[in-house]
Design a protein around this ligand. Sequence first.
Ligand code: NAP
Ligand code: COA
Length: 271
Amino acid sequence: MGENLDFNFSANTVIVVGGTSGINLGVAKNFADAGARLGVISRSQGKVESAVEFLGQSGGEVLGSIADVRNYDQVTEGLQHFADQFGAFDVLVSGAAGNFPARANDMSPNGFAAVVNIDLLGTFHVLKAAYPHLRKPGGSIINISAPQAFIPMILQSHVCAAKAGVDMITRTFAMEWGGEGIRVNSIVPGPIQDTEGMKRLAPTPELLNSVVESVPLKRLGQSSDIGRMAMFLASPLADYVTGTVIPVDGGWSLGGVSGLMDELSKEMEKH
Ligand code: NAP
Ligand code: COA
């Protein structure tokens, strides 16, 4: 069985919001390699252009739109552009997020709001603006969450609050939209190699090594680990799966995460 486990999305349109770098771009690439038509959205024109070029190498149709998920009108316009070209959305991945390590006392209200507005309000914007375009029945929504959603971590009050909210959006929207045949699930990535998120949370080789040691499977994840779970959730194999929050983290959330935060905190105090 190949890397894509023989998933075939050649009849499908897949939209990945925040899909121009890191994990989400990796997820988009898995779908592109499995034949999907892709639409990706983020703020930076340069990142959108290079993601469209990269994903296009898989051979399928790819479109990009520029939008800040904090701005509902921009999100609506971006998604409308995809719907005009592609028609109904089969899969919507919502993964735009922001993070920086800071204690609550070192964070302004605007700093806290920046993350909550991107992660939580942004997820609401993306799902609500996508709703008219989702295939009914059959649409599959995947929110990209984080261990912070259910593991309290120092330096992460903003992300913990926001991602807990994202998972509650997953559950409540699954209930409200289930009757129309739309499924909504969250994936909780563990520590994923070569990502902006890990650069911010484990900025030194020593910290990164501590992370690896704290993962029961003793390795960092790859974005394809997340991509394969996304393809499973979007496929008919998961037809009866909705409202779930699924860690794909090598077992990290079982216990290793909090120790890392203590080490990161000490590291920050040195600077
Ligand atoms: P990343 O490379 O920084 O990806 C974030 C993406 O979201 C980029 O495409 C970025 O593009 C876009 N984005 C950010 N703010 C936006 C906004 N306001 N409006 C629209 N798009 C926006 O980070 P990553 O580390 O791969 O993280 C991806 C996802 O995985 C996030 O949801 C994160 O919480 C989650 N996660 C990551 C890890 C990890 O190990 N890295 C672990 C657990 C969960 P622009 O800059 O162009 O806007
Ligand atoms: N410590 C404390 N506060 C911080 C901070 C830090 N390390 N970094 C940013 N902030 C504060 C800023 O000071 C500002 O508050 P202020 O206006 O009261 O000074 C607030 O956060 C917003 O910062 P700004 O740079 O204007 O926001 P932005 O909208 O341009 O960017 C961020 C949003 C801060 C989340 C930025 O890091 C970002 O764009 N991140 C996307 C990529 C990312 O985080 N990837 C990992 C995903 S897990």
